[in-house]
Write a protein that binds this ligand. Sequence first.
Ligand code: ZN
Length: 323
Amino acid sequence: MKKEYVLGIDLGGTNIRGAAVGAKGNIWEILILPTETVRGRKQVVGNLSRLIKALRRKITPKENNLLGVGIGAAGGILQREGIISQSPNISPLDGFRLREHLEKEFRLPVFLENDANCGALGEKWVGAGRGVNDLGLITLGTGVGGGLILGGKLLRGIDGTAGEIGHTTINSEGPECLCGSRGCLEVYSSATAIVRRLKEEVSRGEKTQLVGRQGRRLDRITSKDIHQAALAGDRLSRRLFREMGRYLGIGIANLINILNLEMVVIGGGVSGAWELFMPTMKKEVRKRAFRVPARRVKILKSRLGVNAGLLGAASLVWQGAVE
Ligand SMILES: [Zn+2]
């Protein structure tokens, strides 16, 4: 008998990461292609098709049976229609019937879901949140994404936009956010926010080893540089991570008081600086959330890292195949 597998794909603004995934969340094969967003819709969709074909070729079709394709995409998803409604990072696909297009091309069931929602599903399936039914995922990257699983099910909301923790207001007078609001969690706890805060502090005359005679030019500094500098003892960089953790703690406290979650998983590139922001984050949660849920909640670093999204996308196909 042929072995069954599915494809899980993480469609981001820079790269498309795809994997062949077995029934227990075991990854057979991973492939990465550039998204090439600047070259337009045809190219992006073409790259997606190429990735699917390449993975199929690698997993010998004679011995294995592909059940379907799950895609987690950065942006708002009209889940029932299979459309990316709005994505700042993959804008050529805005409004495109991606699911229908791929189902026709490959004659396979295709599932489309928001990437942070997929991350939450992935962590629940085979990551830090295994067996946890009330779980929140927060991804700290260029922006701040969020996904919620309540009572074992993904919370989508009426328009499929639920779980946008990054765009809850932390400070009503805070800096403007790309979403049109201001003072969102995203403007305090994303990679972009950490870089912006460093620039603000330097322009106010604060000293850092990152800028100066041996340092780099201010406009080239990334959050990773600030992370490295903090590890090397740079006081300003360390303070910025403590500050970012405090804001993140405010966001998590709000989440806990509303939803009484059992677990909050923190993923995304910035979660690599866990040791630097975790103490102030946890302190703030204890300070602000109700005592009983604040004591109970487990706040953990993502276990699946960059593969959380594609594994969650794959889990959608396995669920669909069973249902
Ligand atoms: Zn916002």
